[in-house]
Write a protein that binds this ligand. Structure first.
Ligand SMILES: [Zn+2]
Length: 428
């Protein structure tokens, strides 16, 4: 047996060496090849590189992000740009971009001649947002100009089944808060998103704004669908009278003639009632308004188009504005810290326009808006009154609308729901 083992070991050893040397040879070849490639690379004359449309020849790039309290001057002076020039730049920039709006965390780029630490920067490029950049040319003659990066739109759709709430389920699908806001706004009058059910379903088809391959925001919502308690709600965009609105399948507007609330992101602190204990007067009396608690200075929006009837101060109401919307409806906004400029009897206002700011003037314990809704000269509960809708599709637009509707409904039905988890949908 021994006689046999030895030659086998020998074969293995020799074989091993052989294989090893092949590897070595291969490595050697690879190294040679790499060396050649590197040499070849060095011989190629690089094509002129462009950054922000500027030729990079003999320029080196310094990139940075604006830090807190940094100004044009503090960014540029380390690059040997004299104060005089910075001053001239700021003045020249005024019509293109106000340099006082240079903000923390925004990107900037400085291009400076190579091989000379003492040389003055040749260009400063500031990016106020992902879509635009401002170029400051510092050499020879000073120039300032703004360029927009090309924006492309791509259509995207998401769908889902609610198992927690709209916000979380949409975030799960990679949707941004912006889109969730838009979606909630579109159906704001049809659905109360605080009260949606597990198992409710949604679909949205929308545009994404893309710059340099990066999603920078959302464009229009092209179609939206919500299923609540088995009922279908669709939102179909259509342009009428120069304005795009969302309509239902019958061509009724999803928007009301009045906004739901005059103050965004607020909490109702007191409802309309015929009898409540008044916190200041310490007695029971009717409260014929809806109170929205919000910090002083919060914007107050008129809930509908109309004409300012009153805008003044009174002892109990404080600073207030009253707006007449039409022959039937008026609204009144009390306790403002400040009435917006331009508000005086006769001023025309558009739905959503800021008419004043939350405060606690007049008879009020803390900052809030007391919102009063008048119908035919009587105060009614703004939260309960049946509100008229914005204009439906006009007769003459109906044929065009129906065609659009067919396309949109097809788009919606083409979007599949993700794997519906039967446990989450049925058991709740
Ligand atoms: Zn009140």
């Amino acid at each position: 047996m021994r006689k046999l083992i030895l030659p086998i070991l020998l074969v293995i050893a020799v074989g091993g060496y052989y294989i090893f040397s092949i590897n070595k040879a291969n490595d050697q070849e690879t190294i040679e090849a790499l060396k050649q490639e590197i040499t070849v690379e060095e011989e190629v004359i690089p094509a002129t590189e462009l950054i922000f449309g500027i030729e990079l020849t003999n320029l080196e790039i310094h990139e940075g992000k604006v830090t807190r309290n940094q100004t044009l001057s503090s960014i540029l002076s380390p690059f040997n740009v004299p104060y005089q020039l910075i001053d001239e730049l700021a003045k020249k920039s005024r019509e293109v971009f106000d340099v006082r709006r240079i903000a923390a965390n925004r990107k900037y780029t400085i291009l400076r001649p190579k091989d000379s630490l003492s040389s003055q920067a040749a260009y400063f490029i500031y990016e106020p947002n992902p879509m635009e950049y401002v170029v400051y040319k510092l050499k020879d003659s000073v120039e300032v100009y703004k360029e927009a990066r090309p924006v492309t739109f791509s259509e995207r759709s998401v769908s889902g089944v609610i198992d927690r709430n709209l916000y979380l389920n949409m975030i799960d699908q990679g949707v941004t808060p912006d889109l969730i806001d838009q979606f909630a706004d579109i159906f704001g009058w049809q659905l109360d998103f605080q009260r949606i059910q597990k198992g409710d379903k949604f679909k949205v088809i929308y545009e994404e704004k893309i710059v340099d391959g990066q999603v920078v925001g959302i464009g229009e919502v092209r179609a939206a669908y919500f299923q609540h308690f088995g009922n279908d709600y669709v939102a179909i965009p259509f342009e009428q009278d120069g304005q795009v609105d969302y309509f239902d399948e019958d061509g009724q507007s999803l928007r009301k003639a009045f906004l739901r609330t005059p103050v965004k992101y607020s909490r109702i602190s007191s409802r309309y009632t015929q009898r409540r204990f008044h916190p200041v007067q310490k007695r029971y009396k009717a409260h014929l308004g809806t109170d929205y608690a919000a910090p002083t200075g919060t914007e107050i929006r008129t809930v509908g188009d109309g004409i300012v009837e009153e805008a003044r101060y009174s002892q109990y109401n404080g600073n207030y504005v009253k707006i007449k919307h039409n022959g039937t409806y008026s609204t009144q906004y009390l306790h403002m810290s400040r009435i917006a400029s331009g508000m005086k009897p006769g001023t025309k206002v558009k739905q959503g326009q800021v008419i004043g700011y939350v405060g606690s003037t007049g008879l009020a314990t803390g900052p809030h808006l007391c919102f009063r809704f008048w119908k035919n000269g009587r105060q009614v509960d703004a939260l309960k009154v049946e509100l008229p809708s914005a204009n439906p599709i006009k007769e003459e637009n109906m044929a065009a609308y129906n065609q659009r509707k067919a396309e949109i409904l097809q788009l919606i039905s083409n979007v599949p729901f993700p794997d519906e988890d039967p446990v989450l949908v049925i058991n709740n």
